[in-house]
Design a protein around this ligand. Structure first.
Ligand code: AKG
Ligand code: FE2
Length: 218
């Protein structure tokens, strides 16, 4: 079990790279074009196992916005984690504390599961403001701002995350967190945040994804 830690909920509406960069054991990926942080062992193996069990119990086919005609663009499965579950709520509080962003600005955590051959081709997490699905996904809460993603395990082969524009590939590792800003300093979407969840070659890969919004969610 995750110890119950009472974290003060942050009040900021956006992530602050200086604050995130000051966390212990944090690494910043050198890039002029993207603010991207890595922290190994953000979650324990026990936390990860608890999340994997919940994801496996509740999964559905993953979806994308702005369908592009490629039915193999995102072939994984997704789980909408239940935030009424105290275990999930505790992990959510830790993600918010890490991001330094008010809980109200976060979407519920999702789990993603990739079997052999499954992937999520190169995409951005923000919604294209000119895309047909933008009003549907963004009219209330605005666009996505920061992404936090945690690998829950390391598949036997494959499943890296490749940031194609900045030329950085991150290997899955149990409990390793990635955090990046999907926006430029002026608030516009940052195309250099494009990334590819590469095919799993052997084993199964699980991650959680946590997205923050410009305005409160829901
Ligand atoms: O699984 C990965 O490595 C990337 C996942 C991802 O990019 C997403 O869910 O938006
Ligand atoms: Fe993504």
């Amino acid at each position: 079990m995750t110890p119950i830690v009472h974290l003060a909920s942050p009040t900021a509406t956006d992530g602050d790279p200086a604050r995130i960069g000051a966390h212990p054991r944090i690494q910043r990926v050198p890039s002029r074009d993207l603010t991207l942080f890595i922290q190994r062992a953000f979650l324990t193996a026990q936390d990860c196992a608890g999340l994997i069990a919940r994801i496996d119990a509740q999964r559905r086919p993953s979806t994308i916005a702005d369908a592009n005609g490629d039915q193999y663009f995102r072939t994984s499965e997704t789980c909408d984690l239940d935030h009424g579950d105290p275990f999930v709520a505790a992990i959510n509080a830790r993600l918010d504390a890490f991001a330094g962003i008010a809980t109200a600005h976060g979407e519920p955590i999702q789990g993603q599961r990739y079997a052999v051959g499954q992937e999520f081709k190169a995409h951005t997490d923000y919604f294209d403001p000119k895309g047909a699905d933008y009003p549907r996904y963004c009219s209330v809460a605005g666009n996505r701002t920061w992404t936090l993603m945690v690998y829950l395990n390391a598949p036997a082969a494959g499943g890296a995350t490749r940031f194609t524009k900045i030329g950085k590939t991150v290997q899955p590792e149990t409990g390793k967190l990635l955090a990046w800003n999907n926006r430029l300093p002026d608030g516009q979407p940052n195309p250099a945040s494009i990334h590819h969840g590469m095919k799993v070659r052997s084993g199964v890969k699980h991650v959680i994804t946590k997205w923050y919004r410009e305005r409160p969610w829901g």
